[in-house]
Design a protein around this ligand. Structure first.
Ligand code: ZN
Length: 127
């Protein structure tokens, strides 16, 4: 193993993972997770590989057969979880504060209220 090649790959262990954040994404659901390397190492051991962590991510994926209109919708691939930072040396862009493993299911419907239409009509009282 050459130590110069620091590009992370599925068999990279936490000990050799170059970034302080390990990101997980799913191509089939909107769930994702960002975990601090140190916390993962503490929890699973420094010899844990990214591939194993992605497996764990799959195991907890909510993307399983669900009922739609009364019919069971079968999905050939239960989860499209992966680590987007493998095979690249581009550092993940980090949100300012990340604590622990954050799993977000679904997504927040952010509904921005439109500006209320100006009501310039005057009410004619009497006449
Ligand atoms: Zn998923």
């Amino acid at each position: 193993m050459t130590s110069r090649d620091e590009t992370p790959h599925p068999e990279t262990t936490l000990e050799h993972y170059p970034w302080i954040i390990v990101r997980f994404r799913c191509t089939r659901c909107r769930r994702y997770g960002d975990a601090r390397l140190a916390r993962l190492a503490e929890k699973f051991g420094a010899a844990e590989t990214i591939a194993k962590l992605v497996e764990r991510f799959h195991a907890s994926c909510p993307h399983r057969p669900a009922k739609r209109n009364g019919r069971l919708a079968h999905r050939p691939d239960p989860c499209g979880g992966y680590c987007p930072d493998l095979g690249t040396n581009i550092p993940p862009d980090l949100p300012p504060s990340i604590s622990g493993l954050t799993l977000i299911e679904g997504g927040k419907d952010e509904q921005l209220a439109e500006k209320p239409a100006r009501n310039d009509r005057r009410r004619v009282v009497g006449g």
